[in-house]
Design a protein. Structure first.
Length: 94
């Protein structure tokens, strides 16, 4: 795998029964440098106090607006779309 993110994505693809992606993939993804300090910093988003800054809650739902910049891996983009389409959510993929 080119990075821990892609390794995690690949495992999620398998676990979600979405392995057909690899039947259509024609080229390997470009290698990227590992950035463990950036990956480690994401754990803070699991903290409820941090979530209170960007998650809106009401009686029955929670809402968050996310922007994913710099995603260059087709597998990552495909997985994000497939994972979100399987949820009770409203998504705009631009």
């Amino acid at each position: 795998m080119c990075c821990p993110g892609c390794q995690s994505v690949a495992q999620t693809i398998v676990d979600s029964g979405l392995v057909s992606y690899y039947q259509y993939r024609t080229e390997k993804a470009e290698r990227v440098d590992l950035v463990p300090e950036q990956l480690q910093s994401l754990i803070h988003y699991d903290n409820e106090e941090i979530q209170s800054e960007f998650v809106r809650n009401d009686e029955n739902t929670s809402e968050v607006t996310l922007s994913l910049d710099g995603v260059s891996c087709a597998a990552c983009a495909w997985l994000i779309e497939k994972q979100m389409n399987g949820r009770k959510a409203w998504c705009v993929f631009a």
